[in-house]
Design a protein around this ligand. Structure first.
Ligand SMILES: Nc1ncnc2c1ncn2[C@@H]1O[C@H](COP(=O)(O)OP(=O)(O)O)[C@@H](O)[C@H]1O
Ligand SMILES: [Mg+2]
Length: 444
């Protein structure tokens, strides 16, 4: 029994010893493995943090004291990183808000596209200028070329920016979503992704439609003024010899010895000389050389008188006249006779533009804000092609046959309106109609 007991004890001691040794070696193995895997990784992580914080010029110290073990140091490091991240996030948010405000408040259009040319962002000014209804819907399928009157030109410009990096103040004809044409100046540059590949374009568009209109008007006024000077010079030179021809014609006809044939020939000469005189007078009117007898008069009455003269012709041609007069726009300072010529020329043109009938609409209104009186003469006639619009006020510009027009009506009208310190402009749509607008300064 005793020997059995001893054996059991001995065995138990061996098992215990074996257990202790196994446990110890397991612990040692675990410690080595832990050191190899976790501690080494932690140390690497720590050294990364250290390198970040030694290159970072922020005055936040990184905890590297030897009093703390790696776990503590890592803890501090993570806290530092979390603080930095929070701060960076807030700064990023502030910067994003700042640039977003700039983007949205810009009076110029700012846009961004992706590599395929799809517009991914457009600011408020862009949405307004391009008459975009719902911006979110628009951005779903708006391509860069959609901004251009001629899509091919938009495509070419996109390729140029893609290849050339930068385009600065390129003139372009744009169009709104409602097909209204616009003049714009576009500056844009290409965007690259992290791999350096083309990733789209971003740019700014400035609307210069009004400037362009004004520039064209000024250029036209200058051109007409120089034509006027030339016309006045020529008219003066021709006026005198014409007077002499007419006078001598009369002298020939008064001579009793002159036979019938010579009288008839002289009549022909005088008739042609008179028509030349009419042209010369028109040119002088255009050049504003002839005197104007200005007085306070009723412009509505002046319009009605001319309409009365043309009444039969209007009826015969099936033209309906619509009038809407503003009583506040009644009185202006004018030369009545000259103003009659203005409306005669405008109404005749409208009549000629509506051979198969239509509507002649005449309106007057008083624009108190701009201290102006506006008279519009509008017809539903054939219209004027766009490339001819800036020529209509030039003397001798006509699209009519010899018997129908001399091309002097609108140039005379232009001269008379200028003499009244007014402005005349024209807008037209081919096949739909034409509108002449006259602005007079309002009486004080
Ligand atoms: N209301 C209008 N509708 C269409 N075309 C017009 C109109 N008014 C003027 N035009 C164009 O402008 C040109 C010049 O007009 P105008 O100076 O009056 O000369 P004319 O009538 O003798 O041709 C016309 O030939 C015509 O082509
Ligand atoms: Mg005419």
């Amino acid at each position: 029994m005793d020997s059995l007991n001893l054996k059991i004890k001995e065995r138990t001691a061996w098992v215990f010893l074996f257990g202790v040794i196994s446990l110890f070696s397991l612990f040692a193995l675990f410690a080595v493995l832990f050191n190899r895997t976790v501690i080494q990784q932690l140390k690497r992580l720590l050294s990364t943090f250290r390198s970040i914080y030694t290159t970072d010029d922020s005055d936040q110290p990184f905890y590297s004291s030897n009093h703390y073990d790696e776990i503590d140091q890592i803890k501090y490091a993570f806290e530092n990183v979390a603080d930095d991240l929070r701060q960076a996030h807030e700064e990023l948010k502030a910067s994003e808000t700042k640039y977003r405000t700039l983007f949205e408040a810009s009076p110029d259009v700012i846009f961004v596209t992706d590599a395929s040319g799809r517009i991914t962002d457009l600011n408020n000014a862009g949405a307004r200028l391009f008459e975009v209804g719902n911006l979110n819907d628009y951005l779903k399928n708006a391509h860069f070329t959609r901004l251009f009157a001629d899509m091919d030109k938009g495509r070419t410009l996109f390729t140029t920016i893609e290849k050339k990096i930068l385009v600065s103040n390129a003139e372009c004809i744009l169009k709104t979503d409602k097909e209204k044409p616009l003049n714009g100046l576009i500056s844009a540059n290409r965007l690259l992704n992290e791999q350096g590949e083309f990733n789209g374009i971003e740019g700014v568009i400035r609307d210069v439609t009004e400037e362009e209109k004004l520039r064209k008007q000024m250029a036209q006024a200058e051109r007409l003024a120089s034509i006027g000077q030339l016309a006045a010079g020529v008219a003066h030179e021709i006026n005198n010899p014409l007077g002499v021809i007419l006078c001598h014609g009369d002298l020939i006809k008064k001579n009793r010895e002159v036979n019938q044939q010579i009288r008839e020939d002289t009549d022909i000469i005088q008739r042609h000389a008179y028509s030349c005189k009419t042209i010369v007078e028109s040119l002088l009117n255009f050049a504003r050389v002839s005197e104007a007898k200005m007085c306070r008069s009723d412009i509505h009455e002046c319009i009605n008188e001319i309409l009365a003269v043309l009444q039969n012709r209007l009826k015969k041609q099936n033209i309906e006249v619509e009038q809407r007069f503003d009583p506040n726009a009644q009185e202006i300072i004018m030369d009545e006779h000259k103003m009659e010529q203005v409306f005669m020329n405008l109404f005749l043109n409208s009549i000629q533009a509506m051979p198969t009938g239509g509507i002649l609409r005449i309106t007057s209104e008083c624009d108190k804000q701009n201290q102006q009186i506006v008279i519009n003469v509008e017809d539903t006639g054939c219209g004027i092609p766009e490339d001819k619009l800036d020529k209509v006020f030039e003397p001798f510009f006509t699209t009519k046959g010899r018997s129908e027009g001399t091309g002097l009506g609108l140039s005379v009208t232009y001269g008379i309106i200028q003499q009244h310190h007014g402005e005349i402009s024209v807008t037209s749509q081919l096949g739909a109609g034409t509108r002449f607008s006259i602005l007079f300064p309002r009486l004080g």
